[in-house]
Ligand binder design. Structure first.
Ligand code: M6R
Length: 614
């Protein structure tokens, strides 16, 4: 959940590190720090609070040096105060470490080190790593070996970068388990980069190599060598990533979230492009090879994910079951591995993850693999762990998503699941060529339908202003749009801190109806889908209990216009695609409420973009 960046080259390191940290601030933002090596001395600056506090500090007192490491933190051990911010150093300041993850055996290690006379300067688990490396260096080991020895003692998933004044010509980086990735960037003219995520280094290079769990690297100005934790050298595979830096910049938008909401038509086009042929209705995913035989043998799909990504699986279930008639079970990833799921080799475990690094999702994938299932993943971040672990994957193709609140990485996988459902149905002989062509044909209009919703942004803004002081909201949906209600509520609560619940509308009468009064707005997702009639009656019930109703409904729907207080209109779209379009006004609604309340939309409190701890 923390952001890591490292630089070694001929330029001044600090501006490069701070720029990288700015692009990673979405990963963690309760404190930040840098360590730079100059004339054999490591200088460190660490500050609690937002990155700009550190930047202002460094402007007052610059740190020279051409090799350094930086970190932006999401606290796990120790409150977010200066002394707990990274980098952490040994007492004589010859070794500095930045860290992402959790050292699970930190307490016994700390006790052991303290009994040897080590004095800790912070409350973090990270500091044990520094002292362990220090211990092995003091025993005469070169830095790479000392780091390896230290890593062998640690339990848990951890990613680190080490800087040492004793070996100033290198950075050591390592990855244990799934605590976020490490990417090594190959620059021009004798400079190299290390980071937890691509956006930190994209402005310098697109030539990168990813560390696998259990690997470490020695990075010098001239390149990198990668080793296993046992010391065996492995070939470095350099790939060129297709993203460019403009995709990770805000441009004219006030917040990344608003930019990313507006990027959805483009993102949908990109996720459809190259996968479908609208003239014939054919679908193929080059990274998810799928035979007729396998599709027909498939007994069940277990879908698993967290948060917003989990909501996509609820839509996926409806689509795959309706079209392909394959039973689908959805399970929140943090529950998956403890549920003793019934899985065999004729089943698929399909994980959805924007980051591809979410610890719970990766653990669920491991569980699926261990039980013999074929692993599929829908992921956005190129080179992520989920992408590499899967037997086949679909990339979301939405470019970097920076805002913690996920938007384009919600709608794109809905479309990926729609295409997957059609493909499976086709391979299983459940569609006539005409039906397939019709279903696929709708996709070409989808970006335009989303554009039409975005064109009504002003209306959403007006309603958001009207309701921005509400304390609670109940989001209702049914069938394929139950997930739209869940997702709309999640968007509101995570960025505006207003309590919002997503509920299956039919369940309202079994409890939540007791909450309804004029202070409990009901946001009802009522597009033209097979559940429409049922939804209308629920809206009427809410209205008759005095609750203000904001509806998401299909243009021209006079019944809803009569009963609802406000309506976010969406164009008429085939019902299987309604979740893609109906969520857009709810994303805007949450956004404008949080923005008008003056909240930090892109970096809401207590959250981080990739949740790499359990
Ligand atoms: O990277 P992932 O898609 O695996 O992340 C899963 C959730 O942490 C994520 O969707 C989270 O719920 C977002 N903040 C929602 O906006």
């Amino acid at each position: 959940m923390c952001g890591i960046v490292g630089y070694i080259g001929e330029r001044q390191a600090v501006p490069i590190l701070l720029n990288g940290l700015k692009r990673l601030e979405y990963r963690g933002y309760d404190s930040a720090g840098v360590a730079v090596l100059h004339n054999g001395v490591i200088s460190v600056k660490r500050r609690a609070g937002k990155l700009r506090i550190l930047i202002e500090d460094i402007e007052q007192e610059p740190l020279p040096g051409t090799v350094g490491i930086g970190h932006t933190r999401w606290a796990t051990h120790g409150e977010p105060i200066d002394r707990n911010a990274h980098p952490h150093v040994n007492p004589v300041r010859t070794i500095a470490v930045v860290h992402n993850g959790i050292v699970e055996n930190f307490l016994p290690l700390r006790e052991e080190l303290e009994s040897e006379g080590v004095r800790f300067q912070s409350d973090t688990d990270t500091e044990v790593i520094v002292h362990l490396i220090d211990r092995f260096v003091a025993a005469g080991r070169p830095l790479v070996e000392a780091t390896r020895e230290a890593l062998r003692i640690l339990k848990g998933s951890n990613a680190i970068v080490v800087l040492s004044a004793l070996e100033p010509d290198k950075l050591i980086t390592a990855r244990l388990g799934n605590a976020g990735g490490i990417v090594i960037g190959f620059g021009e003219d004798g400079e190299m980069f290390v980071a937890s995520d691509l956006p930190a280094i994209l402005e310098h290079t697109r030539r990168v190599a990813f560390l696998e769990p259990g690997q470490m690297a020695v990075v010098t100005r001239n390149g990198a060598r990668i080793f296993t934790l046992e010391g065996e050298e492995v070939p470095v595979q350099v790939t060129t990533v297709p993203w460019d830096i403009s995709a990770a910049e805000k441009g004219a938008y006030k917040h990344f979230m608003l930019k990313e909401i507006h990027e959805q038509p483009r993102a949908l086009m990109d996720t459809i492009a190259g996968r479908v042929d609208v003239r014939t209705g054919e679908i193929a995913f080059s990274t998810l090879p799928l035979s007729k035989d396998f599709a027909r043998r498939l007994k069940k799909i277990h879908m698993t994910a967290c948060g917003t990504a989990y909501h996509t699986t609820l839509v996926g279930k409806v689509l795959i079951e309706r079209l392909a008639r394959i039973p689908v079970e959805t399970m929140i990833a943090s529950e998956f591995r403890y549920a003793d799921p019934i899985i065999d080799e004729d089943m698929v475990v399909l994980a959805v993850s924007q980051s591809g690094e979410t610890a719970d999702t990766l653990a669920a994938m491991h569980e699926g693999k261990h039980r013999g299932a074929t692993l599929w993943a829908i992921v956005n971040v190129i080179g992520s762990q989920a992408m590499r672990m899967a037997d086949g994957y679909i990339s979301m193709q939405v470019g970097p998503e920076i805002s913690v609140a996920s938007t384009k990485a919600y709608t794109a996988p809905l479309v990926d699941l729609y295409m997957l459902a059609i493909l499976l149905a086709d391979l299983r002989g459940r569609l006539t060529p005409q039906q397939r062509k019709e279903l696929v044909g709708h996709l070409q209009y989808l970006p335009g339908w989303v554009e039409q919703v975005l064109a009504r942004e002003e209306e959403v803004y007006r309603v958001a202003r009207k309701y921005m002081r509400m304390k609670n909201a109940l989001y209702l949906g049914r069938g394929i749009n139950m997930a739209t209600a869940y997702e709309g509520a999640l968007k509101l609560k995570e960025i505006s801190y207003i309590h919002a619940e997503g509920y299956p509308a039919g369940e309202m009468k079994h409890g939540p109806i007791a909450l309804l009064d004029e202070d409990m707005p009901v946001i009802a997702v009522v597009p033209q889908d097979p559940w429409y009639e049922k939804m209308i009656s629920q809206v009427e019930q809410a209205k008759s209990r005095g609750a203000p109703v904001i509806a998401v409904a299909t243009e021209g729907d006079e019944r809803i216009a009569e009963v609802a207080d406000e309506v976010f209109w969406i164009p008429e779209v085939p019902w299987m695609l309604t979740p893609v379009v109906a969520i857009v006004p709810l994303q805007l609604f949450a956004y404008y409420i949080a923005a008008e309340l003056g909240l930090d939309v892109d970096q809401p409190r207590n959250l981080a973009k990739s949740v790499t701890v359990e």
